[in-house]
Design a protein around this ligand. Structure first.
Ligand code: PNS
Length: 162
């Protein structure tokens, strides 16, 4: 039985993340999707609780997925959930440099390996930061995110006067 941790900030989860989780769910016995703060990205739009609620809604159709949230090191969470390794997505070569550095750091501090899965090229442009920006400025993000995310973004940004 192989259990993997797919960590990310998921602020918000988008169709590239969904594709990655669906692929991982086919390859491995169990996938734990963990939402964490990215210290280099500031406070974000959604709280960790809200991000996890959205992850739960988006992955309700998969029975070998569970979601969690964590404030701390990704490797601490990986050890807590007893993951065999971490899974991360690669959209383009530009992701590789930072992801490799994180994977090597995580390996040195914990012995936990990271496996990379490529994103399908038609989704390689997707980025939560750009999705937040388009939504904040009144653009249509419905082609880029699952329906519950599109709805929640609308509610959240209407409430804040955008
Ligand atoms: O979706 P993201 O923003 O690319 O995810 C990045 C994330 C949350 C996985 C990364 O920022 C992270 O691992 N955060 C937890 C803190 C940590 O473990 N830092 C050391 C990484 S080598």
């Amino acid at each position: 039985m192989t259990r993997v941790l797919y960590p990310g900030s998921f602020d918000p989860v988008h169709n590239g993340h969904v594709e990655l989780v669906e692929t991982a769910a086919r390859l491995f016995d169990e996938v734990v999707v963990g939402t964490l703060m990215n210290p280099s990205k500031g406070g974000g739009l959604f709280t960790l609780e809200e991000r996890m609620e959205l992850l739960d809604e988006c992955f309700a159709h998969l029975d070998n997925i569970r979601t969690t949230m964590f404030d701390g090191l990704v490797v601490t969470l990986a050890q807590q959930v007893e993951a065999d390794f971490i899974v991360k997505g690669l959209r383009a070569v530009s992701d590789f440099e930072t992801e490799l550095q994180m994977a090597q750091t995580n390996l040195v501090i914990s012995g936990m390996h990271t496996m990379f899965l490529p994103t399908a090229s038609r989704r390689s442009f997707l980025a939560s930061g750009l999705i937040r920006e388009v939504a904040r400025l009144g653009g249509d993000v419905s082609e880029m995110v699952p329906e519950p995310v599109s709805r929640r973004l609308d509610e959240k940004l209407k409430g804040s006067g955008r």
